[in-house]
Design a protein around this ligand. Sequence first.
Ligand SMILES: Nc1ncnc2c1ncn2[C@@H]1O[C@H](COP(=O)(O)OP(=O)(O)OP(=O)(O)O)[C@@H](O)[C@H]1O
Length: 608
Amino acid sequence: MAVNDDESPMNPILEETFYILSKKNCVYKVKLLKVGICLQKERNGLLTSEIVLLDDIIGSRCMRSKRRASDNCVCGPTSNFKSDPQVVDLNSLDGDENDISAYLYIYAYILKNFKMKSGKKRERMTITLRFRSYDRFEDNMREAQKWRNALSHLILMRRAASQLLDLDEKFLHSPRSSSINKLLIILNPRSGMCKARDIYQQKFVPLLMEADIPFDLHVTRFHNDARQLIRSSNLYQWQRGIIVMGGDGIMYEILNGIMERLDWHRALENLTLGIIPCGSGNGLAKSISYSCNEPFDENPVLVSSLNILCGIKAPLDLMRFESKSKTVFSFLSVGWGLIADIDIESERLRVLGSPRFTIWSLARIIGLRKNEGRLSFLRISDEKLQGKVHRENLTATLTRSFSDCLTDFSSPLSSYRSLNQLDSLNLETKERLDHSRRDSFHSLCSRKSTYLSAHESDYLSLSDDCNNSNTQMFGPPSQIPALTQPVPPHWTVYEGEFVMVHAVSVSHIAADCLIAPDAKMSDSVIWLIVIRAGISRTHLFQCLIGLSSGAHVNVPGVEVIPVQAFRLEPKSTGSHIVVDGELLDYEPFQVEIVPGIASVYSRQGQEK
Ligand SMILES: Nc1ncnc2c1ncn2[C@@H]1O[C@H](COP(=O)(O)OP(=O)(O)OP(=O)(O)O)[C@@H](O)[C@H]1O
């Protein structure tokens, strides 16, 4: 075995030759590189090689041979010993003491061309390396562990680098079971078609185990449960981040729960959010995959899970919504008119899942509403927009190259001051949490009685004393004139009847609705989609059909306006005001962009 400390990404860190038992004259040279694993095959003098990228590898595991049943001979007809090795965990009692081999399993999810369509999809690939050069199992296992440790170190460095953490102080030197290594998963069993539990158990937990990431689970029990948990817990115990297994509604609760904390800024700076799509819309999950060119539609849960597990911390713009009665923060959309009405009124068809939106769209076109109002906005000029998009691309490139070269650059939040004085407050919250009740997963009105449990992971339930309704919204203050003041003279004003005004900060408001094709996750732009009354039904129909591909932006009567802020004063009733799917009071409101203040797990990928 060769070990090389050379800094070049293509120089092997470890190198070993492996043979394939079933194929004569076939030799594999396997090299662990900084960029991944190189498999170099030599057969009958012919050399081929393939690199499995580090970005596609989520973890590895050392195993040993499984003890064969006494009546099962290697050469007998029931044996499948020759093809697939039968392996067990290292501390399993089923280990075969007579086999000195040690196995290393490496789990990767690689991009493959999808033959039937002209797209791509992610597929699981397991690389199995069998170590048996030494006479003793312990020595072979030491070799396998050496490979595993080196690979784990590379993966950890990539994860830690992407989260802008101090490698020494955070993950690398902390025990695996330490709380800072954990994710918090918040699961809404009532999301979409109520499949979140099954998805958690059958799809997400196996991936977390392959990636060797411990986690805590909280299952929501009622509306705003997630919001209360976030508002009143010591969030710094989950430094790996918070993962939603649900829809955009739960993410909205989490973000607003954070903004209701005095230490909202520190919490946003420390926590990376992720989402596994289990809801009916899943706009954020799709927008994240779209931004890094990942093939979401083929397997939304797998792709979103990998975005998290191979994740890069990517900045996310928020919108600050303010009305007379409320201030909230949105990561997705603020709507008035047609789409908002469809969102709210189709709620009665929730059991159908996402088709509820299509069905209700048809109903709403037939009974089209016109809403009178006044829309004022601060448009972003074309030159400014070009500059913003360029900066967004630069940030993405920097984020990506950061994970490659491990050099330093500033977080998008670095301009905010850190609120160290709030440490005492967090201590208080921690003490409260330490005394809180802990339930098992299946005590939470569960439909099932057994759940896959992972080593060092906990199932949490909120203690009842967290249900405090006296809350105050903090978060970044407004930068625009108050609602009671007139809008500045350089703002543009549209007055009259509208079919809809819909504002978004990401590309998709649902997995099949590309409402703002040019939007990026942190371009500092609110994309206003405005349809004024007078649009023909044919064009409106074309617009709704075009939403799935983004073609609606070219339909006459549909305006897409990049703005920094806007104000809407409804003058007629009958419609709805909806923020990220939540129905708010029907009253004048204004919205402004808060650039890159939150962060989500994304993936290193090509720009779309
Ligand atoms: N145990 C529960 N029982 C009933 N409602 C719940 C429960 N837990 C959470 N909720 C509420 O369910 C609502 C919908 O949740 P979520 O966003 O996860 O799914 P969705 O609406 O189907 O998806 P999307 O928002 O993507 O359309 C949220 O407002 C949340 O507060």
